[in-house]
Every structure is written in C-alpha cells, then in structure tokens.
Design a protein around this ligand. Sequence first.
Ligand code: ADP
Length: 337
Amino acid sequence: MNTSAASQAAGIELVALTKQYAAGSVAVDGIHLRIASGSYCCLLGPSGCGKSTTLRMIAGHESTTSGDILMENRNITDLPAAERGTAMMFQSFALFPHLSALDNVAFSLKMKGMAREARHRQAQDLLERVAMGHLAQRKPGELSGGQQQRVALARALITQPRVLLLDEPLSALDPFLRIQMRAELRRWQKELGLTFIHVTHSQEEAMALADTMVVMNQGRIEQIGSPHEVYNRPATEFVARFMGGHNVLQTTQGKVAVRNDHIHVAPLDSGANGWPATVNDVEYQGTYVLLGLHLSEGGGESISVMLPESRFTERPYAPGDRVSLSWAAWQAHSFAG
Ligand code: ADP
C-alpha cells in the first residue's frame, strides 16, 4: 500500500467491518480499509460485491453486523446518520423537481427548523461557491446536467460534512456528460479538500477519479492501491480480469498477467520465437487495432492484443492468419497469491 497515504490522518477507517443481511449470506466480509483524509477513494467491483452496503454503513443508513467505522479517529459506528459528519450524493443527483436550486440546497436546514432567511443565506453562499449563485431560482428541469450536479454538491455540502459519499452519481448520465462531470467532481474534491468516497462499477471511472482504488469481490477487498498500481500490478487474477486490458496465462513461471498492449505479434513464418496463435477477429478502434486470437497449443486460450494503428498499417493481419506472440519477461506480472 502507498506509505504516504498510510502515514496521513485517516479520514475514514473501517475495522473488520461486516454486514450479514440474512443467515448464510455475507454482503461485506470483515473488511479493513484506511482512507486518507482529503483523498478521493473509489470503491470498485462488479454488481453485488458489497460496495453500496459498505457506503451505506459509513453513511449510517445501514446497521453493521460487526466491526467498527472510525472518522478521524472517532468511533462513529453507532451514531445516527446526521451526527457522523458524512453527506451523501445519489445517482442522478436526486434533486426535488418542484423546488428551486436554492430550496433544494436549503432543504436539510429547513428540516432542522432553521428560519427561512438564515437557511436561504447559507444556501445562497454555497451556490456561489459552486458558481451557481446566479441560477438559484431555477428548478432542476431548467438546469443542464452539469449545473444539476453542482446543485447536488451544494446540497450535500450544506451540512458541512468532512466526508462526501457518492453512490454511482454518474451512472445514469450519457457518456459525454459523464466524462465532463467526473472532471468536475475531481476538481471540486481537490478545491474543497474533503474526503470523497465514490462507489462505481466502472473501471474507467475509478481510474480517472481515484487517488486510491479499492477493488472488491464477494464482500472482500481484492486490492487497494493507486490506479497505476492496480492496473500495472494486479494483485489477483480477479483484479487482472476485472480491470480488463490484461491476458491471464499459465506459463512456466505460473499464472501471469500480461497487458494486451505489451504483446508483440509477428508472422509465424518469420521464425520468431514465441507462442503460436491464430487471429480470430480484427477490430479497428482508432488509435489502436484490437486483435482477438486463440493459442494453438494448450487449451487454445483466448488472447487479446492491442496494436498501435501505425504498427498494424505497416503489417496488417486478418482472421485466419497464423502468428507468433511474445513479450518481455518483465512485462509478465505474476500474482502474489
Ligand atoms: P453492490 O453495491 O456492490 O452492487 P450491494 O452492497 O448492493 O452490492 O449488495 C451486496 C450483497 O448484499 C448482494 O448480494 C445483495 O443482493 C445483498 N443485499 C443488498 N442489500 C440487501 C438488503 N437490503 N437485504 C438483503 N440483501 C441485500
């Protein structure tokens, strides 16, 4: 794990955190996690792996079965949601359509019984902070997706949280907006200096956003690390396959992962020393051409190779071509376990 992150104050620490909804099914299985204060953490994994349950337990929207949740060294496991110093931002932002941006942001203060003028003043201040002050009277339907996200952010920030919890906030947006919005989220997180914990099932989104990625599988943590560490040194076969872009192969060194852009392709008749394989399909992807192949020996495993377009143009391949695959020994990453 990143030592600089470990020595920093923990924004959130999970200690043997467990959730069992019903006898026999463990949704979150004794996880340990330290999230540095002021960092962007993404919980990543396939559907059903326990990400949202973990987030909801941190928020106080779900009880724990056992284990502890600490915020800045304070045990918050049994505190009500409103007293934890966390705030939640939901999928598609979940704004009230009939309320103005100002009233959406002021809503939780109204619930606390704060007078109209005082709560509007605070809400207006926060809207100014996210560059939305001039649109305070608009309803969500009169705002762009990006503007709605800023209102949702201001609404979450009105309780002055130390930690913002984001549950798939971008998953219902169209792909173009999603990329814009994630750049904004990242910018706001750095500017506000808060701890963000963001649940996503998208590897690409987690890699774009996170300081620390936590890859989960079946209620457990498979790997914690920076996007670079997780992508270049997947700790387990599960992580290599889930992150994509890797081939998992059985070699004389044991089971290894090789990135699909680290595999060299040569015609079989060139005398190159490597693994014989046959091209199945060729997919043009712009900067790269993706080759789908299967090995001629062993179990005939499927292999994918990304060739830079220029390399492919120099020496194109077509389905049925017999080739030889090779890679530098140091680019074959063996798993720790
Ligand atoms: P993820 O967010 O990674 O998709 P969840 O945390 O929602 O996963 O779910 C983890 C596991 O817990 C799943 O098997 C899911 O079916 C189960 N689960 C989630 N919520 C409940 C619930 N309220 N009651 C019973 N089982 C639940």
